[in-house]
Design a protein around this ligand. Structure first.
Ligand code: MAN
Length: 529
């Protein structure tokens, strides 16, 4: 007779032993299936593939297609051996592992006929597992409690935001009223300002035109006077000889005005008529001429010697040095700084800066400026409030979870650094990647939506529309959330190019831990005693 029972007192032939408290059943059969193995009846294969005498169970020959007749041997390739693992968790192993010399069951029951010397370690393992499970349980409980605080805080913030939005709306209404008022005032004072300025500008333009005309006439008269002075014979033509008769044109100060020196001022011509003189001769001669006039002021004026020295004329000593302007070079003259001879009109621009309105106009301009400033300030306030309001309203539209448990994460950022990059996740805002070497951030995505499975929607977040991948799609990031007592990133990977996976723990996803009864509880199922 073959030994089919695991109970020692009944098993006389093979001597296989299990604990005395064990419910009577063949080796390798789980408690839940014990009733199918009744030694007083034939055995029905569990898949219905046949019926065999009970003595064929565990006879080391495979009779049933599902291997259910050989739960305690390795005879069937598709069978399973059940170890009870008292003190720890029961386990089903493929029957091929029975007596294969490897200890698979912690109670060593799978190696009952091998020489592997397996020993029962279930109690120690069970204790360690239970301790670990209890620790996890505690963490989950702690996480769950923290989640309650997150919910409370989230709801509080939601309410606060609602109140703030109402306040801001009211403030903005008031600010708009104030702005409209300021706008009216601005319009009121800008009208007389505009009229006054138009009047003022017309007068001013007239004044300027008159001044310019006067200046021009003065200069013209001065030029004509100079021409008459230089035109010795009064024939209306300046000649080389006439200029030579003027010491003024002795550019190199050698006591003689050469024909060359004189011709320089006649633009290399022999003569010059009044018209040419007015247009181009006089502007060239004027500085030298006027300097000369000054030279002959009565000796009471103590003019310093240098100031009296005529400037070097390009085309004389500087001639060979190649730095001569192509044209007359008059502008290069280094005139004495304190040039009270010159009455060149001030630059137009300068005049405008110095321009002062008459008192009446100025008062109107000041009042209008003040009104404009007041309006700008009021308008800025409306825009600031609108911006603040819009950003708060956007926040209110975000989905922070069914109980507002994720709201407290908005505004915070979490980082994770690997060998190459530092990743940053700012929940409900964006995900970025920053290379450790080098500058600049790469945007991986902006807050998109919750993408968890239907029954657990709030376990995954999606961030989309990041920077476009070279030759590829826009970057995007998935965030998988796990229960943990701290909100933190635990890892970031790039499973597909430019598709990132952030793993994060947070109390916000900790569900209420199930009640665990007794010390023997394990997270993986019941414990057999
Ligand atoms: C950058 C990073 C990487 C990404 C490549 C794609 O180097 O954003 O994560 O794979 O670009 O070109």
């Amino acid at each position: 007779m073959k030994c089919i029972f695991a109970l020692s007192m009944l098993c006389l032939a093979s001597g296989a032993v299990v604990k005395a408290a064990e419910v009577l059943r063949p080796r390798g059969v789980p408690l839940s299936k014990a009733s199918f193995y009744d030694p007083t009846r034939d055995f029905n294969c569990l898949d219905g593939s046949g019926t065999i005498p009970f003595a064929y169970v565990n006879d080391d020959y495979c009779d049933c297609q599902d291997g259910s007749d050989e739960p305690g041997t390795s005879a069937c390739p598709n069978g399973f051996f059940h170890c009870t693992n008292v003190g720890h968790s029961p386990l089903n192993i493929p029957s091929s592992r029975v007596n294969d010399g490897v200890c698979d069951c912690c109670d060593a029951s799978d190696e009952y006929a091998s020489v592997s010397n397996c020993v029962d370690t279930c109690r120690e393992l069970g204790r360690a597992a239970r301790e670990e499970a209890a620790k996890q349980q505690e963490e989950r409980l702690k996480g769950f409690q923290m989640r309650q605080s997150m919910i409370e805080e989230g709801r509080k913030r939601k309410k606060e935001a609602e109140v703030k939005i109402d306040e801001l709306k009211k403030e903005r209404e008031e600010a708009e009223a104030a702005r409209n008022e300021k706008e009216e005032i601005k319009k009121l004072v800008e009208e007389p300002e505009k009229e006054a300025l138009e009047k003022y500008n017309a007068i001013e333009q007239e004044r300027k035109a008159k001044a310019e005309a006067e200046q021009k006439a003065k200069e013209d008269a001065e030029a004509r006077e100079a021409f008459a002075h230089l035109d010795n014979d009064g024939d209306g033509i300046l000649t080389v000889a006439e200029l030579q008769s003027r010491q003024t044109f002795d550019t190199n100060r050698d006591g003689e005005v050469t024909a060359e020196e004189a011709k320089f001022y006649l633009r290399q011509e022999e003569t010059m008529d009044l018209e040419t003189f007015l247009v181009s001769g006089w502007p060239m001669m004027r500085p030298t001429y006027k300097m000369d006039q000054r030279m002959f002021v009565p000796p009471t004026t103590e003019a310093p010697a240098e100031a009296l020295t005529p400037p070097p004329v390009p085309g004389s000593e500087g001639k060979d040095e190649g730095d001569m302007e192509e044209d007359d070079g008059i502008e290069d003259y280094d005139l004495p700084e304190d040039d009270d001879v010159e009455d060149i009109p001030k630059e137009e621009e300068e005049e405008e800066i110095d321009q002062k309105y008459d008192d009446e106009t100025q008062k109107l301009v000041d009042a209008a400026n003040k009104a404009r400033e007041d309006f700008d300030e009021a308008d800025r306030r409306v825009r600031d409030l609108t911006r603040e309001l819009r950003s708060l309203e956007e926040t209110q539209e975000k989905d922070y979870g069914p109980e507002e448990e994720f709201r407290v994460m908005d505004g915070n950022c979490y980082e994770f650094t690997d060998r190459e990059y530092t990743y940053r996740l700012c929940p409900f805002d964006k995900a970025v990647q920053k290379p450790k070497a080098g500058h600049g951030e790469i945007r991986l995505g902006q807050w998109g939506e919750w993408t968890g499975p239907e029954e657990d929607k709030y376990s995954r977040m999606k961030y989309t529309s990041g920077q476009t991948c070279w030759n590829g799609p826009a970057r995007s990031a998935d965030v998988h959330l796990y229960c943990g007592v701290e909100t933190k990133l635990t890892g970031v990977t790039e499973p597909n190019r430019c598709e990132y996976l952030f793993e994060m723990t947070t109390p916000a996803v900790c569900t209420k831990p199930e009640d665990v009864s007794g010390d023997e509880g394990t997270p993986h199922g019941h414990t057999e005693l």
